[in-house]
Design a protein around this ligand. Structure first.
Ligand code: NAD
Ligand code: ZN
Length: 362
């Protein structure tokens, strides 16, 4: 097992990463014994509720099982959770536990942020995406009919327990979606990690314990470093370190909007976005052409898509990207690579190069 600390100055919290963590109650001693409520979804409950119920010594009244899926991340569910917490009288010094993927983590984190003006919570992420991304960093929230993640709060967990053994039951597409975010970390901040991914991708895809542990560890470490520098994505008016985590995401959001957030998983759209960001960075003369090729080849080697959905055209990208929230004062802001492992936020790039990338992919 590895442990790393997310250091936020006055506060810090540990992330434990490894297999078999769901049967190690001693990892929870730092949070003390207190009243707990656990929220999970039906898929996750089927596989992991029994060990976690035992780990936390919970009885049925302390557990809420919600339907699986993105629609659960809504204000209607928040209302349901609030009603359940109030009815069961969780006190202010109580603790919420999120057992599941990013949907449950974001929802429960938000509920913890607002229940009686804030209670502590623990993340037990069970998807690769949640282990490398959503469970770390304190962004919580739900969707609104007018936009995804439009209602939320920053609320850091007290502890993250990432049992990489839980990934064994993850559907293949969900696993690959998480791998897209792992590749993102290599591209944006660590060329050596990128090269490690090139060498170890087959072990990672086969869920080799050691490979998964290292990939999750290094990803969390990079996210933790970035979050420590820019906890609320407020540095430089949102163009600071935390924005780098959006590498590929402006293209990805266009793909997700085009496919109505249904056909494509977020990570699949990110995979295409990473390829497009690499292509554009090379066209600008920043990233070496051979390194852009390496990025696209690594994505392709996983089986993730490297091109947008059939039928999506240059004009679709133009329209949808200008709606993206990363448009700062009328200028499109993108995360681009100066070199492999070195991302920058830029609103000052040659728009003809962007057009060329869009034509190449659209
Ligand atoms: P998810 O939570 O919907 O999980 C994907 C599917 O896998 C679900 O059906 C779930 O029930 C199932 N599942 C989860 N763990 C499993 C396991 N171990 N075995 C079998 N099935 C399992 O999706 P996700 O990809 O984990 O998270 C996506 C959400 O995360 C989105 O809402 C996104 O906005 C959010 N997100 C948040 C942040 C953040 O910083 N807060 C970052 C990235 C993404
Ligand atoms: Zn993402």
């Amino acid at each position: 097992m590895d442990t790393l600390d997310v250091d936020l100055g006055q506060r810090s919290y540990p992330i434990h990463i490894g297999t078999g963590l769901l049967s190690r109650p001693e990892l929870l001693t730092s949070i003390g014994r207190r009243p707990m409520r656990l929220v999970t979804d039906a898929h996750v409950a089927e596989h992991y509720l029994t060990p976690v119920r035992e780990l936390l010594s919970l009885d049925d009244e302390q557990i809420l099982v919600l339907p699986a899926g993105e629609t659960t991340k809504s204000m209607a569910t928040v209302d349901q959770v609030m009603d359940w917490l109030l009815a069961s009288r969780l006190p202010r010094d109580g603790m919420l536990v999120a057992l599941g993927g990013g949907v449950i983590g974001d929802l429960v984190g938000f509920c913890a942020a607002i229940y009686q003006r804030g209670v502590d919570f623990v993340q037990i992420p069970t998807t690769l995406l949640a282990q490398v991304d959503s469970s770390v960093g304190g962004k919580t929230g739900v969707n609104h009919a007018r936009g995804k993640n439009m209602i939320g709060a920053f609320h850091q967990p007290r502890l993250v327990l990432a049992d990489t053994g839980t990934l064994a039951t993850l559907p293949q597409r969900e696993k690959l979606a998480g791998i897209a975010e792992v590749i993102k970390y290599g591209m944006l901040g660590d060329a050596a990690f990128f090269a490690w991914l090139e060498r170890n991708m087959s072990a990672l895809l086969a869920l080799d314990d050691e490979a998964v542990r290292y990939a999750v560890y290094r990803s969390c470490e990079m996210k933790a470093e970035i979050v420590a520098l820019d906890e609320r994505e407020s540095v430089d008016g949102g163009a600071g370190p935390r924005a780098l985590l959006n590498l590929g995401h402006t293209f990805a959001h266009a793909v997700e909007t085009y496919t109505h957030y249904t056909e494509w998983l977020h990570g699949e759209a990110v995979a295409v976005g990473l390829c497009m960001a690499a292509d554009l960075s090379a066209r600008l003369g920043w990233l070496a052409g051979r390194d852009a090729d390496r990025c696209i080849a690594l994505v392709a080697s996983t089986g993730l898509p490297t091109r947008p959905p059939q039928g999506m055209r240059v004009d679709d990208f133009r329209t949808l990207m200008s709606l993206d929230k990363k448009v700062a004062s009328g200028k499109l802001r993108l995360i681009l690579l100066r070199s492999l492992g070195d991302a920058v936020v830029s609103a000052d790039f040659d728009s003809q190069a962007l057009d060329a990338t869009l034509r190449h992919f659209g």
